[in-house]
Design a protein around this ligand. Sequence first.
Ligand SMILES: N[C@@H](CCC(=O)N[C@@H](CS)C(=O)NCC(=O)O)C(=O)O
Length: 210
Amino acid sequence: MKLHGYFRSGTSYRVRIALNLKGITVAHAPHHLRRGEQRAPDYLALNPQGLVPTLELDDGRVITQSLAIIDWLDETHPEPPLLPADPVRRAKVRAFALAIACDVHPVQNLGVLARLRALGLPEEQVTGWAAAVNQEGLAACEALVRDEPGPFAFGDRPTLADICLVPQLGGARRFGADLSGLTRLLAIEAACRALPAFADAAPERQPDAE
Ligand SMILES: N[C@@H](CCC(=O)N[C@@H](CS)C(=O)NCC(=O)O)C(=O)O
């Protein structure tokens, strides 16, 4: 299999973590987002959205969207599971993951920030937008897991929630978001980063890291 991604992309980072948790090795095809390589015609033929990640299967079939890729990985490689067995707890893990993947990440991604710059907003306001979106969204995530058992977001093993959280915290820091009050999320992050599956997936460990 081949994962099309970018070292600094939070959504590619999610898939790298899931692959590592499952013990699956893939080839990596980096696409430099700041140079616009995600819009090259041969990549658009794979992923018409012009976004990373994309997973190319060995039989040539292609899966786009990080959460769809992770779902597929979990369905085809069930151990270790990335969702709890209990339906309500599964729903809670999904809700936490979607709070990040649907309500935080898309509002501060490269394309949205480029549009804000094109409207003439100065750089500090663009960065301020991204920091505020992260701070507000992650503060809500902190409340979602405040009473959940640790050390991970939903108990004693990592789930889809942790897979979405760790990359988003990294992205939030790049925009200067103030995360200091999010003590539960920071403790979850520390527990995750102590695991090789998370540590090896980190942006700075990728071959295309700058
Ligand atoms: N919902 C998509 C979002 C993918 C996405 O926004 N990827 C970003 C990198 S994290 C990207 O490719 N940005 C390039 C661009 O906006 O041109 C997913 O989860 O896969």
